[in-house]
Design a protein around this ligand. Structure first.
Ligand code: PLP
Length: 352
C-alpha cells in the first residue's frame, strides 16, 4: 500500500451522515466515473469486498426464472454462474478452457439462440488464469437489444482501461485491493440508465436487502435524500478516496503504461528462463501473470520458500493450474520494474 493510503485510514472517524463524509462520498463517486469511463449517475462504492459487488451486480438485475448467459473460463466466471443460479436464474454457460478467452462469437451465438436472456456476464480480467477478455464485440452486439451487459472488472479497474460507456456495459464492478491499490473492503460499482430502469421496474424487490441498489441510491447518490441505509465503512472510504486521488495525480495513461511495462518485463524474463505462460498469447494481463514453473517443478514448496526466504508472496495455481503454476500480481503501487527485478533475483536463487 502507498503510505498515503495507510495515513488516510488513520484519520478521525466521523458519522455516516456527517456533511464532510458525504462530500468525500460524492467525490469518490465522481472519481469512480472517470476511472470506469462512464457518465452513469448511479456509480458508487459497495460496502464489502469485490464478491459483494459481484453479488450486487447480478442480484439487482436478475429475477427468479430469468435467463443469464455467463462466460465461464476460470474461478470468477464459475462464481458468477453459481451466484446467478442461487438467485433462481436459468444459467446458459458459454465455456472455454481455463487459460483461453471466452470466444466473443460463441457469446453472440448463445445470445442469438436465447435472445430473451436478461443478462450477459463476462469477466474482463480472469485472476485465476491471467486472461484478458475482449469486451467490444459483445458490448456492440448487446447494445441494440434488451439484454444487459454485466462485466467483472475487479482485477482490471485502475490497471487497464475498462471503458464502460464505450463498450456499452450496463453493470460493472470492481474491488479496492487489486489495481486500485487500497486495502480490501469497499468495491466500486456502476449502473447504466438502462440498468436503473430495469431495477425500477422489477416485479419483485431485489432478494438482497443490503445490496439493493434502489435502497442504496437514497444514501449514496448525490442530491439524494441521504437517508440512513447502513453504516458506511468510513475509514475505508477515506482510503479509497486517497487511492483515487493518487490515481488522478499519476494520470490514467501513465498508470496503465506502468502496469503494462512491469507485466511485459516479467513475462519476457520468465519465458527466457523456460517458464510457460498459462494465458493464451495475445490475451495476457500485464497485472496478473500465471506462469508454469520450468521442468515440471512442484510449485508449493518453492512458493513457500519465496515467502519465507525472500518476503515475496505470490498466488498458487487454481483449477487445472493447481500445483504447477504461480500467479504473480503486479498491481497498484506494486506494479514496478524494481519489484520485477526483486522477484527475478529470488527466482534465480531458488531455482539454482
Ligand atoms: C478478487 C476477485 C473477485 C472477488 O473479490 P474479493 O475482494 O475477493 O471478494 C471477483 N472477481 C475477480 C475477477 C477477482 O479477481
Amino acid at each position: 500500500m502507498a503510505p498515503r493510503i495507510l495515513e488516510a485510514l488513520s484519520r478521525p472517524t466521523v458519522g455516516h451522515l456527517d456533511p464532510q463524509f458525504l462530500a468525500i462520498m460524492d467525490d469518490v463517486n465522481r472519481r469512480l466515473r472517470t476511472l470506469f469511463g462512464t457518465e452513469n449517475r448511479l456509480t458508487f462504492a459497495v460496502s464489502g469486498t469485490g464478491s459483494a459487488a459481484q453479488e450486487a451486480s447480478l442480484a439487482n438485475v436478475l429475477e427468479p426464472g430469468d435467463t443469464a448467459i455467463i462466460g465461464v473460463n476460470g474461478v470468477f466466471g464459475t462464481r458468477l454462474a453459481d451466484m446467478a443460479r442461487r438467485m433462481g436464474a436459468e444459467v446458459v454457460e458459454v465455456t472455454a478452457p481455463w487459460g483461453r478467452i471466452v470466444d466473443p462469437d460463441d457469446v453472440i451465438a448463445a445470445h442469438r439462440r436465447t435472445p430473451e436472456a436478461r443478462v450477459v456476464a463476462l469477466v474482463h480480467a480472469e485472476t485465476s488464469t491471467g486472461v484478458h477478455q475482449p469486451l467490444a464485440e459483445v458490448g456492440a452486439h448487446l447494445a441494440g437489444t434488451d439484454t444487459l451487459f454485466v462485466v467483472d472488472a475487479v482485477t482490471s479497474l485502475g490497471g487497464m482501461p475498462v471503458d464502460v460507456d464505450a463498450h456499452h456495459i450496463d453493470v460493472c464492478y470492481s474491488g479496492a485491493q487489486k489495481c486500485i491499490g487500497v486495502p480490501p473492503g469497499v468495491s466500486p460499482i456502476t449502473f447504466s440508465e438502462r440498468a436503473v430502469t430495469r431495477i425500477r421496474n422489477r416485479r419483485r424487490p431485489c432478494q438482497s436487502w443490503y445490496l439493493d441498489a434502489a435502497l442504496l441510491a437514497d444514501y449514496v447518490g448525490e442530491g439524494a435524500t441521504r437517508k440512513y441505509h447502513h453504516t458506511a465503512p468510513i475509514n475505508m472510504m477515506y482510503a479509497l478516496h486517497e487511492g483515487l486521488v493518487l490515481i488522478e495525480e499519476e494520470g490514467l495513461e501513465a498508470r496503465f503504461r506502468r502496469h503494462r511495462e512491469a507485466g511485459d518485463a516479467l513475462q519476457r524474463a520468465l519465458l527466457e528462463r523456460g517458464w510457460e505462460l498459462f494465458a493464451q498469447d495475445g490475451y495476457r494481463l500485464p497485472q496478473l501473470t500465471a506462469a508454469i514453473l520450468p521442468g515440471g517443478r512442484e510449485e508449493g514448496p518453492l512458493r513457500r520458500a519465496l515467502l519465507e526466504e525472500h518476503g515475496i508472496e505470490v498466488g498458487g495455481g487454481l483449477g487445472p493450474g493447481a500445483g504447477k503454476l504461480w500467479r504473480i500480481g503486479l498491481m497498484g503501487a506494486g506494479a514496478t520494474l524494481e519489484n520485477v527485478e526483486r522477484l527475478l533475483e529470488a527466482v534465480d536463487a531458488l531455482l539454482a
